[in-house]
Write a protein that binds this ligand. Sequence first.
Ligand code: SF4
Length: 436
Amino acid sequence: MIPISFINPLSDEGKQIVIEDGGDLERIYDENTELIDTIYSIKAQEISDDSLIPKNYSDLVIKRVEWFVKRKGDPEYKHKKYAYLFNRKITKFDTIAFYILCQAIGIKFGPNSRESRAIVELQGYLTENRLEELLTSERREITQQILNNLIVQDRIRWTHLADLISSKKINMQDLVLKDGDVILDFEDFIEFFGDVIKKRQPEKMYNLFIGNRIKELIIIKMIMQKTEDYIKSVHQRANIIEPNPKLLKIADEVSEVLSKEIRHYSSFSGREAVKASPLNYDQFPPCIKKALEGIKSGGRNEVIVLFLTPFLSYSRLNPSVFRSNTTLKVSDADPDLNITRNEILPMIYESANRCNPPLFDDQPQEKININAKLGFGMHDDLSLQHEGETHWYTPMSCDKVKMNMPSLCKPDDICKRLKEINPLFYYIDQMKNKGQ
Ligand code: SF4
């Protein structure tokens, strides 16, 4: 049987594990032979290199974070190196590591930090990956058990998921609703929609629209929300209680792993990749240089918001976006948003002011649209709290530029040599030629 806390460390079972352990933070860096023996007993685990084996709780916390960044960004990720994270034998140690991690981040960085958002995402991703590794029958059983624990009512009103919906963790479109109730069970589905689908196979229709997929989605997102709430509550308590120096040390180590690994995979994820570095006007393609002069006729919004904003932000922060599978956020490359505020936005705003008429004079709301295209939702300020509410738009291709804003595209010899694929490739090529 799968322990509930293996999937949801915030369950009563998970809390009980921490109570029984005694929560002695002084042992975080002490060698833990029980942990080491457990990992060596997991057959799927690669043990060829001693550094693959966490020796104490601190190592386990760091390995969790390292796994997350590598799994998302390393094209050469090797699952066997982290197999213990997906074996139920690790449950006790993993649950304690989860609490140490959340406490460290809550105390040192608070709930609105880049680190906190990464840890919430990590927990969701780990939950999803753990579920995927289970047998179908185990997966169904544990999903239902956790759902029963998380939601005590017979039926869930959609309003119970309001936090998840408003924080964009769940989309309304993913849910099947009947009079405000979220339909999850097969019996309810047939009761309410049986008449409508009578000519089709009900089970197929249920699996198509709901099945275990929606239940899993709900528990993953609820665990993420609860992780976020827990980090918030730790942060509030940290103002009253003196923080343990060992937790502060772990928080710094976690932050370092996140920065180092993300920088590595965003900048060097391909043979042809280029390092993120300050923008260099001289290496921009003709279309970008023209856009920076400001638009004198129609199409100002499109050029500034949809064309310049993605190009300048990716050129500066993540030029290798198309060469890696990583889905980075702006703050992964610019944690305090200083580069975005002091280098990228001023260039975009200057171009907007050079338009005729100046874009923000008659359309000030376009500043909000620019924030949205950078991934910070529809808000008038850039705030880490809102990051992720919208997607960070990637730069448009040359084909799209030609189709939607043909007056900007005046290909030069470099465009022709590069086969006119994407203005970002032009910039990368030129930066590499200049050794930057
Ligand atoms: S071919 Fe591409 S890079 Fe060159 S000017 Fe046109 S849109 Fe820009």
